[in-house]
Ligand binder design. Structure first.
Ligand code: FAD
Length: 558
């Protein structure tokens, strides 16, 4: 027997995945989770900007998906019998981006969000069809900028870059207006009574105007977290939603735990800023960190995990049970167990004015967004490890020249062989060993860099406006404030790495030793980059997130 699925699928096949037509038997299975009801022509089923709490399948007539922009309406899609409305916001319960309206009188099956989640968790055939369509529809909206947010800013402005990255990494579609290029931008600023000094300006759902907002303000305006109950005691709170935290969320929720994850920025963590992960199992042509994170996020939502965005953990309340995690807005969430997956941050060179140029010429990630900013220009990558090598090879595809500055006299021993070969073979990459940056110069954006060759002592000045810093990591453990034992570099000690002294100091109360990945605090686990001795790879972070959940079950039984 041969598999009859053609390897190369047509555009038509993709269109059918975005707008599939369900069979009668499939519609009947969905009907068991909801109720059939008549609709009138023109009846609004879901208002744009309202929390998405209902899913609709058409059985007679037509429903339309309409994007409202001021007084104008834009028809995004029309669904006939056997088709269904909805995209990923249905899984999270966030506000919908468009209005759903009956284009003709007819009949729909209406399913509430709770029952939809049960359906996708139990019916694997329908889960495939619905999840694929939801995700592809969101991808389409993002690609076409069909959202409820407009960002008015400048590509030379650090705040604009931050806001765009936040929206992109949260998979939220937006349109953008560049003050430097768009002749109509001034008119728009006047219309909303804002000035160029306020940029970036974010116009949220066509009505709320935010001037240089924080990520938290944007999340609040778009209602990212409003469907989440923060008062109940959870089985498991996960702090950090990088690969390790997302894996723990998927495994925990799919195994029936009541899971809440807290993320101070956007899902995906460091991996989310990686242009291409080439060594993650199952993706022979590589996968961008953003895509991996988006898939993992949707998967965690499918199983019912909840994720609070743009709220960091500020403090662990560890002197009583249930434990509590205090967020930076002062709110607390209580929980029986915790998985700490807060990762690490890049080490920064000690240059006085570094922060002045952050995102205005100095970057800690090399994704497509940054690559576009320095197309055909010279760039510098600082660091000798894997992420520096990867950034250099990636940027070499679009930049005129990449200077890879390494402080020591060779590339790190931990750098993968394939990367070393690519660096050696790429004519655009110039490897500069024993070289470090000594000064950054520029008015608003970085314009010049001075570097010193430590072998000769020579200082060279180059007109280079883009520096990518990829020089080692500092663990995000400050917020733990003595609650768990750390190693000399501040990474969390777990399992057998905890000595008798560590356990005595922490007043370990149990007769058993800590489980694998358990910290010096019972029921509190650490996974991924934040854990001492971890591998600093996506695959190992994901593996640890999954393994920790097995021990969470045991801790919950104690
Ligand atoms: C540019 C780049 C390229 C890379 N390429 C590869 C690759 O090709 N292959 C590979 O295997 N690895 C790669 N890595 C390494 C890999 O990304 C990391 O090992 C992996 O992301 C670690 O996952 P993590 O979940 O442990 O931590 P992180 O990815 O660091 O995620 C931690 C999360 O916790 C959040 N957080 C931090 N503090 C708090 C707090 N107090 N409260 C709430 N949330 C908090 C952060 O915002 C972040 O989202 C790359 C890294 C970078 C930066």
């Amino acid at each position: 027997m041969t598999d009859k699925t053609p390897i190369i699928q047509s555009a038509k096949a993709r269109a059918e995945e975005i707008v599939p037509t369900l069979t009668e038997a499939q519609v009947a299975r969905i009907a068991a989770y909801g109720r059939a009801r008549r609709v009138r022509r023109g009846e609004v089923l879901v208002e744009a900007g309202m929390p998405t709490a209902r899913f609709f399948v058409v059985t007679a007539g037509q429903i339309e998906i309409i994007r409202l922009s001021g007084a104008t309406e834009e028809l995004i899609a029309v669904y006939g019998p056997g088709m269904f409305a909805g995209e990923v916001s249905l899984l999270s319960g966030r506000r919908g981006l468009a209005q759903i309206r009956a284009g003709e009188a007819g009949e729909v099956i209406e399913v509430d969000r709770e029952h939809l989640l049960t359906l996708v968790q139990t019916d694997s055939e329908l889960s495939d069809i619905l999840m694929r369509a939801f995700i592809l529809r969101r991808v389409e909206l993002v690609a076409r900028g069909l959202g409820d947010v407009a960002v008015i800013g400048s590509s030379h402005c650090a705040g604009t870059l931050r806001v765009k990255e936040f929206l992109t990494r949260n998979g939220h579609p937006y349109s953008s207006i560049d003050l430097d290029r768009d002749a109509d931008a001034q008119e728009l600023l006047d219309h909303f009574h804002v000035t160029a000094a306020d940029v970036p300006v974010v116009i949220c759902r066509g009505e709320v105007v935010l001037r240089n907002p924080t990520n938290q303000q944007i999340a609040d305006c778009l209602g990212f977290n409003e469907a989440i109950d923060q008062t109940q005691i959870r089985d498991l709170v996960i702090v950090g939603a990088g690969p390790a935290g997302l894996a723990a969320a998927v495994y925990g929720a799919s195994e029936g735990l009541d899971v809440l994850a807290l993320e101070s920025n956007s899902p995906g963590g460091q991996a989310g800023s990686s242009s291409k992960i080439e060594n993650y199992l199952g993706f022979p042509t590589g996968i961008s960190g953003q895509e991996l994170a988006a898939r993992a996020y949707a998967q965690s939502q499918k199983f019912g995990a909840q994720l609070i965005i743009a709220r960091g953990a500020k403090k662990l309340v560890c002197d009583r049970k249930p434990y509590a995690v205090e967020m930076d807005d002062g709110q607390r969430v209580s929980t029986r167990t915790i998985i700490i997956a807060t990762g690490a941050e890049y080490r920064k060179p000690s240059l006085d004015n570094l922060s002045q140029f952050e995102s205005a010429g100095v970057y800690y990630a090399a994704t497509f967004i940054e690559a576009q900013l320095c197309r055909d220009e010279e760039v510098i990558v600082v660091g000798g490890g894997n992420s520096a090598g990867q950034a250099a090879v990636f940027l070499a595809q679009t930049a005129r020249r990449v200077h890879l500055l390494v402080r020591s006299d060779r590339l790190a021993e931990t750098m993968s062989r394939y990367l070393i070969r690519r660096i050696e073979q790429s004519p655009a990459v110039v490897l500069r060993l024993r070289t470090e940056i000594v000064a950054l110069e520029g008015d608003y954006h970085l314009e010049r860099v001075r570097w010193r060759d430590d072998q000769t002592g020579n200082i060279e000045t180059r007109d280079i406006g883009h520096v990518f810093v990829m020089a080692g990591a500092i663990p995000n453990t400050r917020w733990l404030d003595g609650c768990v034992a750390l190693d000399a570099k501040g990474f969390i000690k777990t399992g057998q790495d905890l000595s008798q002294d560590d356990l005595a100091m922490a007043h370990w109360p149990l007769a058993r030793a800590p489980y694998l990945l358990e910290t010096s605090l019972p029921g509190v686990f650490a996974v991924g980059d934040v854990r001492g001795g971890s591998l600093k790879r996506v695959a190992s972070a994901v593996g640890e997130g999954a393994i920790a959940v097995a021990f969470v079950h045991q801790a919950l039984r104690e």
